[in-house]
Design a protein around this ligand. Structure first.
Ligand SMILES: Nc1ncnc2c1ncn2[C@@H]1O[C@H](COP(=O)(O)OP(=O)(O)OP(=O)(O)O)[C@@H](O)[C@H]1O
Length: 367
């Protein structure tokens, strides 16, 4: 099925060639395909919302733009798609050339946080994107049907779109976007309102559907799991600036400073005064654990393991884990023990305790 879809897309989009679908590192630097920008700046309300000196997503690749609320993720997406109502300067590139509104309109499809469906059936909604681009009803149906099947919507094809659950509606919205064969797919937090199972299924189906397609995809999200599931590359956006950009697994596991550490779940910051190291370290709570046995051999410090001391402040049973908060001389630490830790195993609140930290990452700045 996906092979047919890919072949079909190449027939419709002569600009796409086999190089454009490559997923090796060469594709990352291929500036002649996909979407990108140079010296992009966005201003509104008398301040700069975004500054992106350079960003590029090649055809066949997916970039996740990960950032906290208000970081400028939607601002970036809208500016790249020439959809912004703000003051935008700089250059937007489409397949290596300066983009115009009409070129961009033909090239992109967007999926937003809340699916917007028209009246009519699921099938009518999916083909509406193609109809909007001037295709006859018959041809649009022929083009759209493989996507309806690939995204598992065939059993719902004749259902009234207004009767769908939010997860089903978002699936329709994504299928409609894929069916037009966009050269650029912009996804603005499309999974954020979905329960975890629905979200995981849709992410997996979308990833499979995009594989082999000459589409440059940008996913805006604040969720690390979504970035991991969908994107080969990730950019971390904080306060309107791209702080890190690279292969997803590498970016997610190597925060460079305190802000990116917090964004990536490395919420325990350990200053040099606490660890004796020259740089601040950052660690995830799940890699930070109370040493329950005073003679524990795991207490040995190595390059990868630090042991620090503090005072036990509180414990919270979370069902799948037990959270233990410890106050150190330089600030609080959060430990996460898998499963239930019996309260009888824990020292009393206020006790002097030792905490073992593994997989800590050095931050470039000592903040
Ligand atoms: N018209 C405007 N005038 C002034 N500031 C604005 C305007 N529109 C947006 N902003 C600000 O721009 C910043 C970035 O907003 P944006 O919606 O791009 O963030 P985001 O990362 O997508 O956030 P979220 O995850 O909450 O959707 C925010 O601080 C927002 O308040």
């Amino acid at each position: 099925m996906r092979h047919d879809l890919a072949a079909d897309r190449v027939r419709r989009e002569p600009v796409a060639d086999s190089d454009a679908t490559a997923t090796d590192s060469a594709a990352v630097s291929d500036l002649s395909t996909g979407i990108g920008c140079r010296d992009l700046r966005v201003h509104a309300g008398g301040r700069e919302l975004l500054s992106a000196p350079e960003l590029h997503v090649a055809s066949g690749r997916t970039l996740a733009v990960l950032g906290p609320n208000g970081a400028g993720k939607s601002t970036l997406l809208r500016a790249l798609g020439l959809l912004s109502s703000h003051r935008v300067s700089g250059q937007i590139l489409l397949d290596g050339r300066p983009a115009t509104r009409s070129l961009m309109r033909d090239a992109i499809a967007a999926v937003l946080q809340r699916p917007i469906l028209r009246r009519g059936t699921v099938a009518a909604n999916v083909i509406s994107g193609l109809r909007f681009r001037g295709m006859s009803r018959r041809e649009a149906r022929i083009r759209a049907w493989p996507w309806i099947e690939a995204l598992g919507l065939a059993p719902l094809a004749d259902r009234d779109a207004r009767s769908l659950s939010i997860g089903e509606a978002q699936r329709v919205s994504i299928t409609r976007a894929l069916a037009v064969g966009p050269r650029v797919l912009l996804l603005d937090e499309p999974f954020s309102g979905l329960d975890s199972t629905t979200r995981a299924d849709l992410l997996a189906d979308l990833r499979a559907a995009l594989t082999g397609q000459p589409t440059a995809t940008i996913l805006v999200t604040h969720d690390r799991e979504e970035a991991l599931a969908l994107a080969e590359d990730t950019a971390l956006l904080i306060d309107g600036r791209i702080r890190q950009h690279g292969p997803t697994a590498q970016v997610l596991d190597h925060p460079s400073d305190a802000d990116t550490a917090r964004l990536l779940g490395y919420t325990n910051l350990l200053p040099p005064a606490l660890t004796g190291r020259t740089l601040t370290l950052a660690a995830r709570p799940e890699h930070t654990q109370l040493l329950l046995d005073p003679s524990d051999s795991h207490a040995v410090q190595t390059d990868d393991v630090r042991v620090v001391t503090g005072t036990l402040r509180r414990t919270v049973a979370l069902g799948i884990a037990t959270r233990v908060d410890v106050d150190t001389s330089t600030g609080p630490l959060t430990c996460l023990h898998p499963g239930d830790v019996l309260t009888t195993e824990l020292p009393p609140i206020g006790s002097h305790v030792r905490v073992r930290i593994r997989h800590a990452r050095s931050l470039i700045t000592a903040d």
